[in-house]
Design a binder for this molecule. Structure first.
Ligand code: NZQ
Ligand code: ZN
Length: 380
C-alpha cells in the first residue's frame, strides 16, 4: 500500500427531514448564495424545506445551473456573489449544481486574472474558497463529499475538472426522499456513475490493500443489488437509501486511499460529453469495458478477483461480459452507435486533444492519445 493522508472534512446529514439541520450548520452571520438547477427542486419539496431552513437569514437565489455546468453561467453567479458580498454557497440539486457551487466558491475569491485557470491547472492555483453546504438530490457523482468539480465551456467544447481541499462541502444533506422525483434515466445514470467510480479505484493491479478491495467489492455488490430494485420499485425506500449511501461512499476519497487509480474511462468520457453531449454516465458505460479489454493483461488479476467476488465468474473475459450485461439490464447502452456518434471521428479528435494536453491516464500512465483513440474506435 502506498502512503496516504485521509481527511474528509464533510459532515454528512443522512435521512428524511435532515434539510432542516441546515439552519443549525450555517454560520450565524452567513450571507448565503443559494444555487440550484432548472427547477427540479420545486417539485420534490427541497425548495420549500430549504427556504424554511434559511428563514431569517440574508440569502440570494441563483437558479438555472445546467447539467454539465457551464462556465459562463457560473461566472454570472460569481459576479453576483461579489456584488452582494455573499459569504457562503449553498447548493441544492444534482452533481452539476454541486460542482458549479464549488467553482463559484473558488472563483469568488480567486486572485488571478482569469478564473478559467482554476480548471486549466486542475485546481493547483486554488488558495481558498467560500465555505460550501449542499443538499444532494441525485445519487451519482459523490460531489457531496469530495473536493472535485467538473465545468464545461461550450464555446470551446471543453470539459475540465479541478480538485481542491478548499472546496469539500462543510456539510451535505442526503435525504433519499428528495430523489423520489428522479426519472428512471437519471437513476440509471447514477448507478453507472457510482459503479465506475469504484472500478476506477479498484480494477487496476493488486496493491496489497485487501480492505480497500473489500470496501470496493461491497459497494459494487450493493449497487448491483439495490440499483435495479430502486429502478423497478420506486416506492422501495430502503433500496433508495442504500443506493444513495453507496454513491456517496464510491467517491468520498475512502476506497482510493493508498491504491493505484485508473480514471482513463472518465477522462475519455469527459471528451465525449464535450464533443457530442452524451450524459456523463452514458460515456462511462460505452468506454469502461473498452479500457478493460485494451488493458486486459495488466488488469487480469484484478478483473479475475472482481469477477469472482462480485459476479461469481472465473475469468476476466466473463467479468467484462457480466458488466456489460448489467449495464444492458438497466437500460444503459454500451456502444457509441446507440448515440449515432461516429467512432472514427471521435477517436481522431480525442487523440488530438490528449496529445495537445500531453496527458496519459490509467494506473500505469499508459493510456495516451493513441491508446485512447484505439479504445474509442473499439466501441463503435
Ligand atoms: O437542473 P434540475 O432541474 O435540478 O434537474 C436535474 C438535471 O436536469 C435533474 N435532477 C436532479 N435531481 C433531481 C432531478 N430531477 C428530478 N428529481 C430530482 N431529485 O437531473 C438532471 C441531471 O442532473 P446533473 O446534476 O447534471 O446529474 P449528475 O448528478 O449526474 O451530475 C453530472 C455532472 O457531474 C460531473 C459530471 O461530469 C457532470 O458534469 N461529475 C462530477 C464528479 C465529482 N464532482 O466528483 C465526478 C463525476 O465523475 C462526474 O464527472
Ligand atoms: Zn463519474
Amino acid at each position: 500500500m502506498e502512503p496516504f493522508v485521509y481527511r474528509n472534512p464533510t459532515e454528512l446529514l443522512f435521512g428524511e427531514g435532515m434539510i432542516r439541520e441546515i439552519a443549525t450548520r450555517l454560520p450565524e452571520d452567513a450571507a448565503v448564495l443559494w444555487v440550484y438547477g432548472g427547477g427540479s427542486i420545486r417539485r420534490n419539496g427541497v425548495y420549500e424545506q430549504t427556504s424554511s431552513a434559511l428563514a431569517g437569514r440574508r440569502f440570494v437565489e441563483f437558479g438555472g445551473i445546467e447539467p454539465n455546468p457551464e462556465y459562463e453561467t457560473c461566472m454570472r453567479a460569481v459576479d453576483l456573489a461579489r456584488r452582494e458580498g455573499l459569504t457562503f454557497v449553498l447548493a441544492t440539486g444534482g452533481g452539476s449544481v454541486l460542482d458549479a457551487a464549488k467553482f463559484i466558491a473558488a472563483a469568488a475569491v480567486f486572485e488571478g486574472d482569469d478564473p478559467w485557470q482554476i480548471l486549466r491547472t486542475h485546481g493547483e492555483c486554488v488558495r481558498s474558497a467560500l465555505p460550501i453546504g449542499t443538499v444532494l438530490t441525485l445519487p451519482a457523482t459523490g460531489s457531496e463529499a469530495n473536493g472535485n468539480s467538473v465545468i464545461s465551456r461550450r464555446a470551446t467544447r471543453e470539459k475540465l475538472h479541478f480538485t481542491s481541499n478548499h472546496v469539500f462541502p462543510r456539510f451535505s444533506v442526503l435525504d433519499p426522499a428528495t430523489t423520489r422525483t428522479l426519472p428512471a434515466r437519471y437513476i440509471r445514470n447514477g448507478i453507472v456513475d457510482a459503479f465506475v467510480h469504484v472500478t476506477e479505484q479498484y480494477v487496476t493491479r493488486p496493491a496489497g490493500a485487501p480492505l480497500q478491495d473489500r470496501l470496493a467489492e461491497a459497494i459494487l455488490s450493493t449497487l448491483v443489488e439495490v440499483g435495479p430494485r430502486t429502478l423497478a420499485h420506486p416506492e422501495d425506500a430502503d433500496a433508495r437509501a442504500s443506493f444513495m449511501w453507496s454513491a456517496t461512499l464510491a467517491l468520498n476519497t475512502l476506497i482510493g486511499c493508498g491504491v493505484p487509480q485508473d480514471w482513463a474511462t472518465h477522462m475519455i468520457g469527459h471528451e465525449l460529453t464535450a464533443l457530442y453531449g452524451l450524459d456523463h454516465a452514458e460515456t462511462l458505460a460505452v468506454i469502461l469495458t473498452g479500457v478493460w479489454r485494451h488493458r486486459i493483461e495488466a488488469k487480469r488479476a484484478k478483473l479475475e478477483q472482481y469477477g469472482r467476488r462480485v459476479w461469481s465468474v472465473l475469468s476476466a473475459e466473463d467479468a467484462i461480459r457480466k458488466t456489460e450485461m448489467f449495464f444492458d439490464s438497466i437500460g444503459m447502452p454500451v456502444r457509441l452507435s446507440a448515440y449515432g456518434v461516429p467512432a472514427e471521428e471521435a477517436a481522431a479528435e480525442i487523440r488530438r486533444r490528449f496529445r495537445e494536453q500531453g496527458v496519459a491516464y490509467g494506473e500505469n500512465g499508459d493510456i495516451d492519445g493513441d491508446a485512447a483513440a484505439e479504445i474509442v474506435r473499439s466501441r463503435a
